[in-house]
Design a binder for this molecule. Structure first.
Ligand code: ADP
Ligand code: MG
Length: 341
């Protein structure tokens, strides 16, 4: 017998792809805060995020009458047409994070726009308690609390690792985003302990401080700045010197139009660029930003949006390989000049 599934079950199925673990919830909530224009985002976790994830922002907020819509599947304020999807500028667009997270947790969202005299709250366990928001206290902006992740899906909960491992993933999610949004202040606490405190960085010196807080002073001291433009694309950022080779690929940050992505093509191009200066068992370190016409990249490849597809992949590969290879060549000591007194 064919039947239409109830909404909560549909959302739980989607949650299987969007909310794998606490880190994925943290990423989705921070991205929503950024899309709302937040200048400051405070993140608190308890028990690796399994007990509690709280994200508070000072962004635009959600008007009371739109609060129930925010929890509806395929409801988004970010796109309205296929044209918008093809030149996406926001981090979100699928309208499925909030309903997915709600379906597998005890969640409350409190929000206040600049026009509201006070905030409004909506929440529930697995599904909304009521479609009517209740008055609440919150400064302008939005606060989301997610408790007891996967409390109602024990099979999923079993797949979680230890609290400290889950926290490590969540911290990594925060750091990946913080490295591409220097203009926003971030703080992160775990079990009441402050782990990160990143001031908004609009000057070069404060940017360096953020890179140092996330990648370490060693990386800052042993890296080289890079900025190359070609065929309407721009690649810039920092590459670790060959002497800073890592035994793990743990300092590889690659962004496309501000979004952290995992891309095999990019990883391959960068590995090749480092090939003649680095032993093949070592991994290069880099923080690189690619700016490209958004119509030339498809971000709607995977629900978590960490994969992209380039329309002109060969050009992207050539820019990455060429720019990094050239920067590294500039670093190699010139044997003739080297010996001159
Ligand atoms: P998406 O981000 O893909 O639009 P979400 O389910 O993550 O979908 O969020 C649904 C909608 O709720 C967003 O489009 C936005 O309008 C609103 N929203 C969610 N979080 C926030 C926030 N922190 N501040 C302001 N609006 C928010
Ligand atoms: Mg979203």
């Amino acid at each position: 017998m064919i039947r239409i599934l109830p909404d909560q079950l549909i959302n739980q199925i989607a949650a299987g792809e969007v909310v794998e673990r606490p880190a994925a919830v943290v990423k989705e909530l921070i991205e929503n805060s950024l899309d709302a224009g937040a200048r400051r985002i405070d993140i608190e976790l308890e028990q690796g995020g399994i007990g509690l994830i709280r994200v508070r922002d000072d962004g635009a907020g959600i008007p009371k009458n739109e609060l129930p819509l925010a929890f509806q599947r395929h409801a988004t304020s970010k796109i309205a047409s296929l044209g918008d999807l093809e030149r996406i500028a926001s981090l979100g667009f699928r309208g499925e994070a909030l309903p997915s997270i709600l379906s597998v947790s005890r969640m409350r969202l409190t929000s206040r726009t600049a026009q509201d005299a006070h905030a409004w709250m909506l929440g529930g366990e697995g599904k909304l308690d009521s479609a009517a928001p209740v008055p609440a206290a919150h400064p302008p902006g939005t606060g989301v609390e997610v408790r007891d992740l996967f409390f109602n899906t024990p099979a999923r909960r079993k797949f979680l690792k230890t609290e400290s491992t889950e926290f490590r993933y969540a911290q990594q999610a925060v750091e990946r985003i913080a490295l591409s949004h220097f203009e926003v202040a971030f703080s992160l606490k775990h079990n009441q302990r402050r782990v990160l405190d990143l001031a908004a960085a609009d000057r070069e010196a404060t940017r360096q401080a953020r890179i140092e807080a996330i990648c370490g002073g060693e990386f800052v001291a042993q890296s080289q700045q890079l900025d190359a433009s070609r065929l309407g694309m721009r690649l810039y950022g920092w590459i670790g010197l060959p002497s800073f080779a890592r035994s793990q690929p743990d300092l590889q940050f690659f962004y496309v139009n501000g979004r952290f992505v995992r891309d095999r093509l990019a990883a391959f191009a960068l590995r090749r660029a480092f090939a003649d200066v680095m032993h093949s068992t070592h991994h290069p370190a880099y923080v690189l930003y690619l700016e490209i016409d958004p119509t030339l990249v498809d971000v709607n490849v995977h629900p978590q949006k960490t994969e992209v597809r380039f329309r002109e992949a060969a050009r992207v590969h050539d820019l990455l390989f060429g720019a990094v290879h050239q920067a590294l060549r500039g670093l190699r000591p010139d044997p003739v000049r080297h010996h001159r007194v």
